[in-house]
Structures are given as C-alpha cells and as structure tokens.
Design a protein around this ligand. Structure first.
Ligand SMILES: *Cc1c(COP(=O)(O)O)cnc(C)c1O
Length: 420
C-alpha cells in the first residue's frame, strides 16, 4: 500500500500524477512527492519500525514506492558510532559518526537513493537505467541495476578516481567518461534522457531518488533513541542529502514518531567547490556557479541543482556551514582513521574538518549532541591520500634487520616526543 499522493512543484504548487517527471511544466521548478501524513501517522509506530529488518525499507511508508521494494535489501541502517576518542580530541562528549562508509553494497550514502530509484524504475517499467555521476552514484547505480537485471549506462567526468571507474564497470555497466566537469556531464545527460527515454536516477527519477536520502536522517533519530541531535553536519554536492535530512527530522515529528523539533543542520563543502557556502556566508540566495578544483571529487559540483534548498534548510534550522581546504580534508581523514578506525573518502574529511571549525567558532558547544555525516569510503579514493601517508619500510627477512629497525623507530619516536 502506498501513501504517496502526487508530485507537486516546490515553487508554484502545481500538481502532477506520479510519473517519471522532475520539473514543473509551468515554472520549471523542481517536483517533489506529497504524502498522506495523516494515514501514515495512523499506520506506523516506533514498535512496528523496530520490528523490521535492518535496512532502509523499515521506513517504507515515508518512501515513494508502491510495490514490494526490489532493490537495497541490505542498504541503509549503517552504524551510528559514539566517537569517544575523536570526541575527546575535539572536546565533545556526545559526538557521533553516522557511518555510511559501510553502506551495502557500494560503500557510500548513494546506496540509499539508488535503492529507491531502482525500485521506482522497475515500477515504471524502464529497462535501462543511467546517471550522471561524480563517482559514488555510478558505482551504486551499476551494482543495484545488475541485481535488478536492468541495462545500465554511466556518465562521469574525466579524471574521477579509478576506484569509481573499475567499481562501476565490474558490474557490467557501460561506462562513458566525458571531457568536461560534472556540470557538463549533467547537461549532456538531460539531453540523452529526453531523446532515449531511459531512467536517469538523478534526472527524470529525481523526485523519487532524492527521497531515499531521508533515510540517513530517520536512522540517526532512531539510533539516538528517537531523539534529534543538537547538531548534524552534512556534506553538500548537488544539494540532495542535506535538505532531505532536515525533511526527515520534520516528518518524524509530523507522523508522531518523535517529540523534539530542535536541531541545527550545517553544510560542509570543499574550498575548491563551495558555491553554496559562498552564498551562505554572503547571506544571499544567489548561488554563483564555480569551476571545481579539489581532491574531494565526489562532492565537486560547481552548479548544484538543489543548492537553494540547502541554504533554506540550513537557515531555517539556525545552522551554518564552512569550507575545508585540501590539506585540512586530508588531516581530518587521518584524524578519523587514527581515533575511530573509520577510513572516509575526502567528502568525509570535509565534513569532519568543517565540524572542527564549527567547534572552534563556538557554534557547537562541549555538551551538545553532534552527528557528523560520513558519506563515503576511503578505500574507493586511495589516490587522495596515497602521497600524504608514511610509506612502508622494506627490510630483509632477518630478525637482526628488524631489531635495528625497531630501535631506530623507537628512538625516532622519543626524539619527536622530546622535541614536542
Ligand atoms: C553524492 C555524495 C554526497 C552528497 O551529495 P548531494 O548531491 O549534496 O546529496 C556526499 N558525500 C558523498 C561521498 C557523495 O558521494
């Protein structure tokens, strides 16, 4: 049974039937799903949700599908890690990592949105799925399409990490790289979607796809014992996940699953691709596109489709946002790995680096509950840190060699400790 009623233009309010449409024919505003919240409120409870399998479909009444979900049986419900060692370094008692580095099956937050998009593509009867991607979406679409027996074409800008190329092609998808940046790829894909009639998960299926991102927020609230954090820090690329996390928190209240409504949501961008943060800091709604240049390639979108809604959600919540430079991103990746044993990709480094800044700026206080959204896995972006780590030592297989090496290493540490 479905609880979705319509597609509705976010700008002019015009309604459309549920179909593979994403922009308003009258005003070109983005379309969004509407739900029958009164019926959902009557149908669900904490107990019912808690009785379900640990995947994102435990919140299915709040997701835009009609059928039994065919994709993502193991996607979502990733750990919320109480980060005590990292918290101690940053001076926070209640610091949590929402860890989508271990999302199933492709190790990023994109497994959530794609689970919903692929289920919807099957419902609409599409046989080919496609996407414009900075990398993680590509791997997720390719993997979920394989399992759903759909043909798959992937479009990415040239220069994405090899983990993203190999990690898409391996599933049997046709990968095409484009001479240009993500925004060039996206423009081309809009034309292909029109001409070829394929399901582009982030173009004509966008209203459905983006709803999957709410599950990140639903889970955080459930895992905190049906409470909202005081702060949540979320990376921004195209601007899907951040407003959807804010929407998720509001929906939980709307359907009676939580009582509190106060939270501050903060946006994190890489300095080399920060159009939304620039607008936030300038206190304007006008987002000026930039040409991305950062190691955080998965969030390098210079002209974010939903940037305006990021600004809106951040401001409504009383949140803020900041940028992280490439060296700050690398330092934060190392800090998270060293303290919590979690290896994030540069998007995660960006979020943690920005969290540190927000603490330093006094916007996040010591005793408040803070969730850092870590959305992608570092094993997929090894080249980002390969030159920033100590290289392994090579020795002969002789105990004597190790003895002298060990002595040198220990002395080295004492010298460093002495100097500090
Ligand atoms: C896609 C992505 C994001 C966020 O992108 P939005 O378009 O803003 O939703 C964040 N982190 C990683 C690792 C991603 O792949």
């Amino acid at each position: 049974m479905s609880y979705i009623t319509n597609l509705k233009c976010r700008e002019c309010g015009q309604e459309y039937p549920i179909s593979p449409l994403h922009v308003c024919e009258t005003c070109f505003g983005p379309l969004e799903i509407t739900y029958d919240y009164a019926r959902i409120r009557a149908a669900i409870s904490r107990k019912l949700i808690e009785s379900r399998p640990h995947n994102l479909w435990r919140y299915r009444e709040l997701l835009p599908v009609d059928s039994e979900p065919e994709a993502g049986p193991f996607s979502g419900f990733t750990p919320l890690v109480h980060a005590k060692r990292l918290g101690a370094e940053l001076g926070l008692k209640n610091l949590y990592i929402k860890d989508d580095t271990v999302n199933h099956p492709t190790l990023s937050y994109k497994d959530r949105v794609v689970s919903v998009a692929i289920t919807k593509a099957r419902e609409f009867g599409f046989t080919t799925v496609s996407c414009a991607s900075t990398g993680n979406l590509a791997t997720a679409v390719a993997a979920h399409a394989a399992r759903a027996n759909l043909k798959c074409y992937i479009f990415m800008p040239e220069g994405v990490e090899s983990g993203k190329i190999v990690g898409s092609t391996i599933y049997g998808a046709q990968v095409i790289t484009i001479r240009g940046n993500y925004d060039d790829v996206n423009r081309l894909c809009s034309e292909i979607a029109d001409k070829y009639g394929w399901a582009f998960v982030n173009i004509n299926l966008r209203p459905y796809y983006t709803e999957g991102a709410k599950t990140f927020g639903f889970e955080v609230a459930e895992q905190l014992g049906w409470k909202l954090p005081d702060h949540i820090v979320i990376p921004t690329a195209g601007g899907t996940i951040l407003p959807k996390v804010a929407k998720a928190f509001k929906e939980l209240k709307e359907v009676g699953l939580i009582k509190d409504t106060n939270f501050k949501i903060h946006s994190a961008q890489a300095e080399g691709s920060a159009p939304v943060i620039h607008a936030l800091h300038k206190r304007t709604d006008l987002i000026e596109p930039v040409k991305p240049n950062t190691i955080a390639k998965s969030i390098a979108i210079g002209n974010p489709a939903d940037g305006y809604y990021v600004l809106k959600a951040v401001r409504e919540s009383g949140g803020w946002g900041d940028v992280a430079s490439d060296p700050q991103i690398i330092d934060a990746i190392k800090l998270l790995a060293r303290t919590e044993g979690i290896f994030a990709e540069p998007a995660g480094g960006t979020t943690l680096a920005v969290t540190k800044k927000l603490i330093e700026q006094g916007r996040i206080k010591r005793d408040e509950t803070v969730v850092v959204g870590i959305t992608g896995n570092g094993y997929k972006t090894l080249e980002a840190v390969a030159n920033a780590i100590e290289q392994p030592v090579i020795i002969e297989a002789r105990l004597k060699e190790f003895d002298s090496l060990f002595e040198r290493l220990e002395n080295g540490k004492r010298e460093i400790a002495g100097a500090a």
